[in-house]
Design a protein around this ligand. Sequence first.
Ligand code: APR
Ligand code: PHB
Length: 397
Amino acid sequence: MRTQVAIVGAGPSGLLLGQLLHKSGVDAVIVERQSADYVLSRIRAGVLEQVTIDLLDEAGVGARMHREGLVHDGFELLYGGQRHRVDLRALTGGKAVMVYGQTELTRDLMDARRDLALPTVYEAHNVSVHGFDGTQPRVRYDKDGHSHEIECDFIAGCDGFHGVCRASVPRGALDEYEKVYPFGWLGLLADTPPVSHELIYLNTPRGFALCSMRSRARSRYYLQVPLTDRVEEWTDEAFWQELRLRLDQPGRDKLVTGPSIEKSIAPLRSFVTEPMRFGRLFLAGDAAHIVPPTGAKGLNLAATDVKYLSGALIEHYRERSDAGIDAYSARCLARVWKAERFSWWLTSLMHRFPEDSGIVAKFQLAELDYLARSPAGARTIAENYVGLPLDFNDGAA
Ligand code: APR
Ligand code: PHB
């Protein structure tokens, strides 16, 4: 088989890239290790920046998102037992975010790809990437007992943190930066109305909690838990009880509990690979970088990588220019590091770290109160939360 771009991974990055390339007449094949149902069963964050919304519209998959997504003009910080609203719209000159689950967005992309009969190989085993340091890259995989090879011009490594693409780059060619946090997030999804119409990020003596949602009838809650906790040990009742203890009284009064649909513990990590390109192999999304979920930047960063990558590849075929390809890594990383910084900072501000003494909690409360009360402080958090403008780094030294 031959194609122009072989995409490894059918998560949001790979699917969105495939869709944008198709819109501009560039051929791509997606090779995914898992089944489509398995990909859809992974529950991830769901707060979209305007840049991401615009890109989904450009890809022609935004209709259901606009119908069912919830526009959020602000969110609340709860610390020292008090709530403080961050008015995103007022603080950013009219910007907001959209709450729409990554699962739904992935489903929309999968449906669009199926309707267009674009080639996707699910349940591809032993995927391997070759020849990307020369001019004839190839992707090989096994399926139904047979070996297959795709010849291509470029490989897009959209295969997440544990994928094969980054791991196939010669040792020493990439620099990796990593921080692993000493706690996890226990998440619970339930078909109960959310405790509030906006998200609440909580800093409490018992640790961080987050009240989020997927719709007006489906809630998503998280609790900071020690990394040694096992999800099987957390009954639904124990989860709700702990959430009640972290909430304020109005929250406790409004909390509607119910059976969980999904419950899992996710570790928290900051991770960046530099550069995001090696020869004719490009890394995008979680294959290149991971953020802790505080602030919900992961999916949005993946979307901007894909915006730059699709633009670069389209420019290569249409205009015979490699300017976008050569600029890809630096353009992405300028944005990636800003979001990495924000996610690390918000994580540090909101969680209890086991090694910290009481003075750090006091520092956190003082900083949160400064952010909430100072217009400059509030703007800092708001402009990062809605996403920095795409041209933020233009003209920088
Ligand atoms: N071969 C083929 N496919 C693979 C391989 C492999 N060796 N390894 C992993 N994959 C697939 C995974 O099964 C997964 O479906 O690549 C896909 C990667 O998808 P994601 O992990 O969702 O990564 P990405 O598409 O970059 O999406 C980023 O996901 O983790 C969140 O916060 C993150 O929201 C962000 C988004
Ligand atoms: C979520 O709803 O899963 C979510 C929302 C906001 C975050 C992280 C996760 O910052």
